[in-house]
Ligand binder design. Sequence first.
Ligand code: NAG
Ligand code: NAG
Ligand code: NAG
Ligand code: NAG
Ligand code: NAG
Ligand code: NAG
Ligand code: NAG
Length: 318
Amino acid sequence: MRCCTLLKVARPFCLAMRFIDALFYMGASLMQDRDLNQYRPSLSNTSRHLPCGHKLCDVHSVCKGSKDPCPYAVQYSSANTSSSGYVFEDKLHLTSNGKHAEQNSVQASIILGCGRKQTGEYLRGAGPDGVLGLGPGNISVPSLLAKAGLIQNSFSICFEENESGRIIFGDQGHVTQHSTPFLPIDGKFNAYIVGVESFCVGSLCLKETRFQALIDSGSSFTFLPNEVYQKVVIEFDKQVNATSIVLQNSWEYCYNASSQELISIPPLNLAFSRNQTYLIQNPIFIDPASQEQEYTIFCLPVSPSDDDYAAIGPQTSL
Ligand SMILES: *[C@@H]1O[C@H](CO)[C@@H](O)[C@H](O)[C@H]1NC(C)=O
Ligand SMILES: *[C@@H]1O[C@H](CO)[C@@H](O)[C@H](O)[C@H]1NC(C)=O
Ligand SMILES: *[C@@H]1O[C@H](CO)[C@@H](O)[C@H](O)[C@H]1NC(C)=O
Ligand SMILES: *[C@@H]1O[C@H](CO)[C@@H](O)[C@H](O)[C@H]1NC(C)=O
Ligand SMILES: *[C@@H]1O[C@H](CO)[C@@H](O)[C@H](O)[C@H]1NC(C)=O
Ligand SMILES: *[C@@H]1O[C@H](CO)[C@@H](O)[C@H](O)[C@H]1NC(C)=O
Ligand SMILES: *[C@@H]1O[C@H](CO)[C@@H](O)[C@H](O)[C@H]1NC(C)=O
């Protein structure tokens, strides 16, 4: 997903619901004989309400009886963005990503939330309705598939520029890929949190830039704890050799470079424990409108945050 305007994105903007589209795009590309539209439990003869008494119904305190349908309510950090409704169990048809797709098709029971009431970004096109879990918790699709012994507990998700994309459950990544462990919060693995040892700008790894980061598909761009942010932007500004400009409704550090000059953008890396590093592939955001001009307007798409952890969004990190 790429944005087409140079706008500052509000605090974490949840695209979790977007995963539902992505899943069906995947289905559509692998199972062309089926017309996979938006999921409706009433049109599926394998759907059933998850009962309140089920161990994965974590809100049973609001249920009257154990056979009642399990409700859910999710509140995102984007202002006023929420989805609530009922939890359903259904069978997902999955085909192998490999060559012998036909022989390897399987059915798996998964759980998803069908929205009845959506607010905020949902109503502004962020997603149709409902939620599909991709987190580390027991109720998420990758966790359920792994528990059923179908895959390793991992997945990848990729979007094309045209907003279509696919999720590959069980994707183990490339052999050369680096890794770093997820960290628990209060002893629980509820979110994808990693520990960054330092933020590196060019060849300089900045001192005292250790922080925890939430790998957050819901934040379009990246937010850094204020103190880390200040160190990073000052060093970036020092190393980039383009004219600094101030733009309304944009990030704080933006530049205007004439197309004739070679712009040197310092590479940005995250250093993790055990010498693992991660190169940020798209460290700058280029205003697409400026590319047709004689100059290029670009920004460092990073914002300060009052939180003591960072939120790393897919647009800058992947
Ligand atoms: C569900 O519907 C499909 C297609 O209409 C049919 O082939 C299948 O037998 C049905 N399954 C059950 C459990 O009723
Ligand atoms: C969120 O909702 C409250 C109450 O309805 C409203 O006052 C506020 O302006 C809303 N905020 C945004 C960012 O939409
Ligand atoms: C998830 O499932 C495991 C094994 O079934 C269980 O030990 C653990 O307590 C569950 N975690 C949560 C948060 O429910
Ligand atoms: C989006 O782009 C991908 C890759 O370029 C292509 O395979 C796919 O068909 C496109 N999807 C749509 C809906 O245009
Ligand atoms: C930026 O650096 C490049 C390479 O060192 C140089 O060619 C270019 O003229 C510089 N541009 C500015 C605006 O300093
Ligand atoms: C960028 O610089 C060019 C000249 O090099 C100028 O024409 C243009 O207005 C500048 N754009 C902004 C947004 O400052
Ligand atoms: C990390 O890299 C440095 C320098 O390359 C090396 O001295 C050190 O032993 C490495 N540490 C680990 C844990 O691999």
